[in-house]
Design a protein around this ligand. Structure first.
Ligand SMILES: [Fe+2]
Length: 278
C-alpha cells in the first residue's frame, strides 16, 4: 500500500511558502500564538490551532484535520488498461522517497504508453513483456529528475519509441508538443492539459477510452495534497481548478507521488480546495 505523500504540516508549509504569509501575520490574523504556529510547522498537531489557521490560509479545516489524523485514504483503483509502478528514488530511511510511473494500454489493440519512468523503469518494462504489449510512447509529465531519470533504459528497450514533453519544459531527446495537442494509444484518446505552477509547463494527460477516464497529473495534484508551487503557487492552484477539477468526478487521478485517487474524492478530501466541501 502506498502511503499518502504529505502530512498536514507539509500542506501548511506549502501554503505559507506559496502565499508568502509570514508566521507573525498569520498569528495576528488568527490569534494563534507564534509558538503554536511554529510547532504546527514541525508536525505537532493541535486541532484547535489547525482549525483556527486553515480558513486564513484558504484551506479546508476538516480535510486538514482528517489528513493529520490519517483517517482517510482513497479507494483502491482497479482498472483494466492501467497499472501503477512505485519505485524508490531516495532509499535513505530518514528521507525515503518513492515516485510513480504509469502504464496505460488499449486492451483491444495491446498498444501501450508509459507515463514517466519513475526511479526505475524495470518493473514497467517487465510488465510490458508479461502482458504482451507494444510500447509506442513515453509521455513526460514534467522534467523533475525523479520522474524521468530512467528514460535511457526505456528507449534502449524500445528503440522506436516516441518520447513526448511540453515544449515549454523541454527534455533532451524528447519531441515537443503544445498543451491541447492530442495523441492516441490504440483506440484510446490522450488530451494534454497545462497544469503548471509546480514546474514551468507540467502536463496533465487525460486518457479516454477505458472504463473510467484517467488523468495522469504528475506533481500537480496528490491524494489530499498537491506538489509545491515551486514556480507559482497561485497558478498551481488555478490550473488544478481549471484543468483537473473540471473533469468528471469518476476520473481516476494518477499522481507522481502517493496513491491513486479520483476527482470526486479530491473534491471531498483535498484541503487545498475548500470550495467543493458542503
Ligand atoms: Fe516534481
Amino acid at each position: 500500500m502506498i502511503e499518502l505523500e504529505d502530512f498536514f504540516e507539509d500542506v501548511i508549509g506549502k501554503t505559507l511558502r506559496g502565499t508568502g504569509v509570514a508566521d507573525g501575520v498569520l498569528s495576528f490574523l488568527t490569534n494563534v500564538e507564534p509558538d503554536t504556529i511554529a510547532k504546527l510547522k514541525e508536525g505537532e498537531f493541535d486541532e484547535s490551532a489547525v482549525r483556527a489557521i486553515a480558513p486564513a490560509l484558504g484551506l479546508d479545516a476538516d480535510s486538514l484535520v482528517e489528513l493529520a489524523n490519517r483517517s482517510w485514504r482513497p479507494e483502491p483503483v482497479e482498472l483494466a488498461g492501467l497499472q501503477q509502478f512505485n519505485t524508490i528514488f531516495d532509499p535513505d530511511p530518514d528521507d525515503m522517497m518513492t515516485v510513480n510511473s504509469y502504464l496505460i494500454w488499449d486492451p483491444q489493440t495491446k498498444e501501450a504508453a508509459l507515463f514517466d519512468t519513475g526511479a526505475d523503469a524495470g518493473p514497467a518494462l517487465a510488465a510490458i513483456g508479461e502482458l504482451g504489449l507494444e510500447l509506442t510512447t513515453l509521455f513526460i509529465t514534467h522534467s523533475h529528475i525523479d520522474h524521468i531519470i530512467d528514460r535511457e533504459k526505456v528507449v534502449a528497450a524500445h528503440p522506436g519509441i516516441r518520447v513526448l514533453v511540453n515544449a515549454k519544459e523541454p527534455v533532451a531527446g524528447a519531441e515537443r508538443f503544445a498543451a491541447g495537442d492530442t495523441f492516441s494509444i490504440g483506440t484510446l484518446r490522450v488530451i494534454t492539459r497545462l497544469t503548471w505552477g509546480h514546474s514551468p509547463a507540467g502536463t496533465t494527460y487525460v486518457v479516454n477510452g477505458l472504463a473510467r477516464p484517467v488523468a495522469v497529473v504528475g506533481d500537480a495534484l496528490f491524494a489530499q495534497s498537491m506538489g509545491g508551487g515551486v514556480i507559482s503557487f497561485k497558478d498551481a492552484l488555478a490550473t488544478n481548478r481549471s484543468e483537473i477539477f473540471t473533469l468528471e468526478d469518476q476520473t481516476v487521478v494518477c499522481p507522481g507521488h502517493g496513491p491513486m485517487t479520483s476527482v470526486g474524492e479530491e473534491k471531498a478530501h483535498n484541503p487545498f480546495f475548500p470550495e467543493f466541501k458542503s
